[in-house]
Design a protein around this ligand. Structure first.
Ligand code: GLU
Length: 283
C-alpha cells in the first residue's frame, strides 16, 4: 500500500539517534511503497523553539540521506487554521475554558502523580462560561472528554502490523487544546496537519503512544481521516537510560562533525544495528 509519512520534530534542541531512527523508518516506509515523506516543524512553543534548530534538522536529514517531498510544513505559520478547528469544537460544546494554573491543578490532584501522568480533575468543566472573565483572565481551552465520548464513542487505532488498540476511558483526560501562550496544543495541531498533509501512516516513538487515544478522538470529532500508526521502540543508552535532548544525548550534529557516515548509520538503524553504547529496550 502506498503510504505518506512524516517526521515531525520540535526544534527545541539538536536531534539525537532516536530521531534518526524515527525519520529513517518513516522515510523507508514512504520510499518502499512509492509514497511521500514529509517534514513538519512543530514549533508551537515560542519559548523553546529556535530557528537554528530548524536548520540543524534539515542538515541532519540530508546527512542521513533522507529526501523530503514537498515544502516542510511549519506549524507557527498555521495558527488561524488551528483556531478555526477550535472554534468548531467550541460551537459544538466540546471544549471549555479552563482558568486553573498549573499549581491549582497539582494541588487538586490526589498523590501520587507525575507531570505526564497527572490528569486534570475537571475543576472548570461544567462551569458557566463567563465572557468577562475570559476577556480578562488568561485561560486555556480543554476538550470536554465526556461530551466528546458521548458524541464519537471510544476511539481505537490500528498499528502497521494489523494490531488494533481500543482506548480506555482512563486514557482520555480533558486534554488542553489551546493555551494563552501557545494558541494550539500539540494534539490539535498534530491531527489537523496529519490530515492536511495526507499522512496515512504516523511513524513515531513509543513515548507518544499515550497521545494516540485523544488524537484519534479529535480526528473523529473533526471528521478527519484515520491514519495507521507505527509506534516504534525508543533508542536508549545501553544501560537502559532514555535519550533526551536535555541531557546531552550524543547528537547527530556531533556524529556528523566526527566524520560518521550518515547514510551507513541510517542503513544500520533500519537493520536494527545500533552504535556501541546504545540499545533498544528489551520488552
Ligand atoms: N513533535 C513531537 C516530538 O518531537 C513529535 C510529534 C509526533 O510525531 O506526533 O516529540
Amino acid at each position: 500500500m502506498v503510504v505518506t509519512t512524516r517526521f515531525a520534530p520540535s526544534p527545541t534542541g539538536l536531534l539525537h539517534l532516536g530521531h534518526a531512527y524515527s525519520a529513517a523508518l518513516g522515510h523507508d516506509r514512504a520510499r518502499r511503497s512509492g509514497g511521500r515523506f514529509q517534514l513538519r516543524i512543530e514549533d508551537l512553543d515560542p519559548s523553546r523553539s529556535r530557528q537554528e534548530h530548524v536548520a540543524g534538522i534539515v542538515d541532519d536529514l540530508g546527512w542521513l540521506g533522507l529526501t523530503v517531498d514537498d515544502e516542510p510544513l511549519v506549524q507557527s505559520r498555521r495558527l488561524p487554521i488551528y483556531a478555526e478547528a477550535l472554534e468548531r469544537l467550541r460551537a459544538e460544546g466540546l471544549v471549555y475554558p479552563c482558568f486553573c494554573t498549573r499549581a491549582d491543578i497539582v494541588a487538586s490532584l490526589n498523590a501520587p502523580h507525575g507531570d505526564a501522568g497527572a490528569r486534570y480533575p475537571g475543576t472548570c468543566r461544567g462551569h458557566l462560561e463567563d465572557p468577562e472573565r475570559r476577556a480578562s483572565t488568561p485561560h486555556s481551552w480543554r476538550l470536554d472528554s465526556a461530551a466528546a465520548l458521548e458524541r464519537a464513542g471510544l476511539p481505537s487505532w490500528r498499528e502497521e502490523d494489523g494490531a488494533v488498540f481500543h482506548a480506555n476511558l482512563q486514557d482520555l483526560g480533558d486534554a488542553i487544546l489551546a493555551r494563552k501562550d501557545a494558541p494550539a496544543s500539540y494534539h490539535l495541531a498534530c491531527i489537523i496537519d496529519d490530515a492536511a498533509s495526507g499522512v496515512t501512516l504516523v511513524v513515531r516513538g513509543d513515548d507518544l503512544r499515550a497521545s494516540t487515544p485523544v488524537q484519534r478522538l479529535l480526528q473523529m470529532l473533526l471528521n478527519l481521516p484515520e491514519p495507521t500508526y507505527l509506534h516504534h521502540s525508543l533508542v536508549s543508552k545501553a544501560d537502559g537510560r532514555r535519550l533526551a535532548k536535555r541531557d546531552q544525548a550524543p547528537t547527530l550534529a556531533a556524529m556528523r562533525a566526527a566524520g560518521v557516515n550518515g547514510e551507513a548509520l541510517r542503513g544500520d538503524l533500519l537493520a536494527g544495528r545500533l552504535p556501541l553504547g546504545f540499545a533498544f529496550p528489551t520488552a
